[in-house]
Design a protein around this ligand. Structure first.
Ligand code: HEC
Length: 322
């Protein structure tokens, strides 16, 4: 009973911070475990009590030096095991939550950026931005993304300046010399403006359901990219809705969505927009691109993080050798 409640608690409180913490936990656990094992094997000279001039003296004059190193060794091992155990528990809970609470489990797709050393497909980010701009931005905000962040990621500065200017009707500025607020064309330094001024207006326009902000949606939903892709492609035709399921006016059946009834109409279909690079705009292509774009929005620093990981591994690897 306790475990079930705890699982529900984990599911409810699942946030981006939580998933980032589990990654951090795993990395720390790995680090300590590697340190403990490598120290045991005596391969890392950097961390070893070397018989250098100074350390020889220290070792000679302080009686407890050997004992201290032993205590440190067992401390590393204990911390490594404790953090490793906690991470394993977190991972097990995460997996078990995945298995039981979805209406329909999304398949695991092979995203081109999901490998440890893989970067984003930047052409796809560019196409995905167009999908967001021309389709999703009618209802969903992207509150944490300024236009300038896309420069050198998917657009040149000039292209971005033009695109930002197209959002002119939505941005309020001022006051002018008469003390009034006014509309002006968007600038690259602006954040992408929201479609509705407040949540009440958003709910009123969407049968009472508020379209969530999409900046962090890929990290904020269990299943991440796989879920968003499956959900956007998972609408069921009216004839195939299982018997007994009540669909109210303006709602739609989607087996991937929690509760299976979603207030969003299917937003994508073949050729809803045309791509400027000639890629055929099929529904699955549009979905893949918008999900890649939203994944980048959720973690624009991902490529830097992977680069740092490689540098860190090289450093660890080379520091053990003379
Ligand atoms: C006409 C308005 C509208 C458009 C256009 C639209 N959405 Fe939505 N979307 C909604 C509403 C309303 C909800 C909330 C649904 C609910 O809670 O039942 C929603 C929910 C979502 C969710 C959250 C689902 C969940 O698990 O909570 C995602 C992700 C999403 N939309 C993505 C998109 C993407 C990507 C596009 C563009 C391709 C898009 N939407 C276009 C109205 C829209």
């Amino acid at each position: 009973m306790f475990l079930v409640n705890f699982k529900q608690f984990v599911e409810q409180k699942r946030t981006i911070i939580f998933s980032n913490f589990s990654v951090l936990f795993l990395c720390t656990a790995d680090f300590f475990l590697i340190m403990a094992v490598v120290r045991k094997l005596g391969n890392i000279k950097l961390l070893k009590c070397r018989p250098s001039f100074i350390s020889l003296q220290v070792c000679h004059f302080s009686n407890g030096a050997g004992t201290r190193w032993n205590i440190k060794k067992s401390m590393y091992t204990t911390i490594g095991l404790a953090v490793g155990g906690a991470s394993a528990l977190l991972y097990a809970l995460e997996q078990s939550v995945k298995a039981y609470d979805w209406p329909l489990h999304p398949p695991a797709y092979n995203w081109s950026h999901s490998g440890v050393l893989d970067a984003y497909d930047h052409a796809s980010i560019r196409r995905g931005f167009y999908v967001y701009k021309n389709v999703c931005s009618a209802c969903h905000s992207l509150d944490f993304i300024p236009f300038r962040r896309l420069i050198d990621v998917a657009f040149t500065e000039d292209e971005m300046r033009e695109i930002a200017a197209e959002f002119q009707v939505c941005i309020q500025d001022g006051p002018n010399e008469d003390g009034e607020m006014f509309m002006r064309p968007g600038k690259v330094s602006d954040y992408i403006p929201p479609p509705y001024p407040n949540e009440e207006a958003a709910a009123a326009a969407n049968n009472g359901a508020v379209p969530p902000d999409l900046s962090l949606i890929v990290l904020g939903r269990e299943g991440n990219e796989d879920y968003i892709f499956s959900m956007l492609n998972g609408y069921t035709d009216a004839d195939d809705i299982p018997a007994g399921v009540e669909i109210s006016e303006g709602a739609h059946y989607n087996p991937y969505f929690t509760g299976s009834v979603i207030a969003m109409a299917p937003p994508l279909y073949n050729n809803v927009i045309e791509y400027d690079d000639g890629t055929p705009a099929t529904r699955s292509q549009l979905t893949k691109d918008v999900v890649t774009f939203l994944s980048w929005c959720s973690q624009p620093e991902m490529e830097k993080r992977k680069l740092w990981l490689i540098k860190f591994l090289i450093l660890i690897d080379t520091s053990g050798h003379p």
